[in-house]
Design a protein around this ligand. Structure first.
Ligand code: E4P
Length: 227
């Protein structure tokens, strides 16, 4: 399972890329607005940092508008994946764009049936939203499991991109469910590194090493005195 960052914050993307664990980025209109940048500027900047798929979401409502928008986004950088919503217009636009060789991420997916529709238009990614289902008292990860199962049973190549992941347990569960990608907020990626035994272990290793080095130094000095 590849890890993507779900953000448009350049500093976060730069940091995660520096850690060597970042394979792509997803954005949405909320995240772009929060980052306070123009859409195009943000995507072009991200593309300079990450050599992997970068999802940019359409913000229009009709099929024709979304097609025009998608073509414009795809011209920004070859790594741009155009995000369309899972509606008749969104999928209709996605089908036209996919036929032109533009990669499509179908977003706001909450059911297996929506994922099956996305596969029909040749979507590159399907984005089931785990956290938003959890928010309304439904187990979001179950939808990821079922989409993975249905896609395997039907030999569908669309990649399952687990989205709306809110904490590290979601990431583990997405991997166990067989998701191809997990897109996560920066703070979740940071949290994935953390374990108190790792911190304690580092402290202990460095202390042991330093003690042994100091001991060797003392012995060498004592031996030199005897000579
Ligand atoms: C990513 O593609 C989605 O837009 C994002 O994961 C949604 O996350 P949220 O439900 O936490 O806003």
């Amino acid at each position: 399972m590849k890890l993507f960052l779900d953000t448009a914050e350049i500093d976060e993307i730069r940091a995660a890329a520096g850690w060597g664990v970042l394979s792509g980025v997803t954005t949405n209109p909320t995240l772009i607005a929060r980052a306070g940048q123009e859409h195009e500027d943000a995507i072009r900047e991200i593309a300079k940092i990450v050599n992997g798929p970068i999802s940019a979401e359409t913000i229009t409502k009709t099929k024709d508008e979304m097609v025009a928008e998608g073509r414009r986004y795809a011209a920004w950088h070859p790594n741009v994946v155009v995000k369309v919503v899972c509606t008749p217009d969104g999928l209709g636009a996605g089908k036209v764009l996919a036929a032109e060789g533009i990669r499509i991420n179908v977003t706001l997916c909450f059911t297996v049936n929506q994922a099956l529709l996305a596969a029909e238009i040749g979507a590159y990614f399907i984005s089931p939203f785990v956290g938003r289902l959890d928010d309304i008292g439904q187990e979001g990860m179950q939808v990821v499991r079922e989409i993975v199962q249905a896609y395997r049973a039907q030999n569908i190549k669309t990649q399952v991109l687990a989205a709306s992941l809110r904490h590290p347990v979601h990431v583990t569960e997405a991997a166990l469910a067989g998701a191809d990608v997990a897109t996560i907020p920066f703070k979740v990626m940071e949290a994935m590194f953390k374990h108190p035994l790792t911190d304690l272990g580092i402290e202990r290793f460095l202390k042991d090493y330093e003690q042994a080095r100091a001991e060797r130094e003392r012995e060498a000095k004592a031996a030199a005195k005897v000579r």
